[in-house]
Structures are given as structure tokens and as C-alpha cells.
Design a binder for this molecule. Structure first.
Ligand SMILES: [Ca+2]
Ligand SMILES: [Ca+2]
Ligand SMILES: [Ca+2]
Ligand SMILES: [Ca+2]
Length: 175
């Protein structure tokens, strides 16, 4: 599930923010911890394995991709993994997992440039909320969103779809 747009002019963005509805549920920053791993996928012989079995919503194997920079992130609430995010340079895939039926989820924002004469692209992705304990959204970034090999992508995770309440700082990955 996603929203994608070119970055709005500042005035329009401010109006949209003011009209945004506050979600019923939100995470308290004090309850959250975050663990992030990055890998230069040119250094992976065949795959790079990021081991954190106890807290994984799904295992993570990054395929070798020269020039790529991969990311895996856990967000935990009182030690329980409520979200997992993975950026895979090989085939340019983003995975977003929701790990708890807690009435809330996280939103993964990506920003990237598609050329010197166009506005940066700003896209937001999240996992669907279903009765399953673990929900998963897998996005093929190359065919779906035109993220080409070698593109630098900025990634940040938010508590809300309106992107007013960041949970993490910005990370840079590379397709
Ligand atoms: Ca929050
Ligand atoms: Ca790639
Ligand atoms: Ca949830
Ligand atoms: Ca669910």
C-alpha cells in the first residue's frame, strides 16, 4: 500500500498537514527502541545474512549487488518487534512488516531524485492491517516506482500517514 507524489510546494503541504486527521492510535516514543543494520551488498559473497532471530518478523538475506547499500530495521515496543523494514538493492525491493494487532502501524517514507530537472519523488509505504499477527507489504521499486539501479534513496519511518511524527532519523540506502 502506498502513496506517491512529487514533493508539494510548501504552502500546499502546510494546508494538508493542518487538515490531517490525528490517528486513533499512536506509539509513544518513550516505549520504542530501534535497531538498524546496513550492508554494502557489493561485499556479500552470495548473500549477506543479518541475524537477529529472536526479534525477527522474517529472516533477512541480502543478495550480492555491487554498489548497493541495504538496510534492515526493527522497531520494538517494550522489546516486542512491532515493525520490520528491509531495503534490498538486488531487484530493488522494499519490505514493510507490521508485527502486532495493536491498532497502529508505521509508515515508511522514501525520497529520491529521478533527474536534475524534476522534483524529488516522495513515496510512503505501509503494511495492510489485517487480523493476521504479521502483515507484510513487498514493493518492487524498479517496475512500480522507477527506482533505477544505483539510485540514492532517503528512508525514514513515521508513526502517522501524514508524516508529522517521525520515529527514526533519515537513512541513506542505494539501489
Ligand atoms: Ca508517536
Ligand atoms: Ca540494485
Ligand atoms: Ca500493528
Ligand atoms: Ca495485523
Amino acid at each position: 500500500m502506498r502513496i506517491k507524489s512529487a514533493v508539494l510546494p510548501l504552502g500546499i503541504a502546510a494546508v494538508c498537514t493542518a487538515l490531517a486527521v490525528t490517528p486513533a492510535a499512536a506509539y509513544n516514543d518513550a516505549d520504542l527502541t530501534q535497531h538498524t543494520w546496513t550492508r554494502d551488498t557489493g561485499q556479500c559473497l552470495n548473500t549477506c545474512v543479518v541475524e537477529s532471530w529472536e526479534y525477527d518478523l522474517d529472516g533477512t538475506f541480502f543478495q550480492r549487488d555491487i554498489g548497493g547499500k541495504a538496510l534492515k530495521m526493527h522497531i520494538r515496543e517494550h522489546g516486542k518487534t512491532i515493525a520490520q523494514v528491509e531495503f534490498h538493492p538486488y531487484d530493488e525491493v522494499l519490505h514493510v512488516y507490521d508485527g502486532a494487532n495493536d491498532g497502529d502501524t508505521v509508515y515508511v517514507r522514501l525520497k529520491w531524485d529521478e533527474g536534475p530537472f524534476t522534483d524529488p519523488v516522495d513515496a510512503t509505504y505501509w503494511a495492510p492491517g489485517t487480523s493476521a499477527v504479521i502483515d507484510h507489504n513487498s514493493v518492487q521499486l524498479a517496475p512500480d516506482d522507477d527506482i533505477d539501479e544505483g539510485t540514492e534513496v532517503q528512508l525514514r519511518v513515521y508513526d502517522d500517514k501524514a508524516l508529522t511524527d517521525p520515529i527514526t532519523g533519515w537513512y541513506e540506502v542505494r539501489a
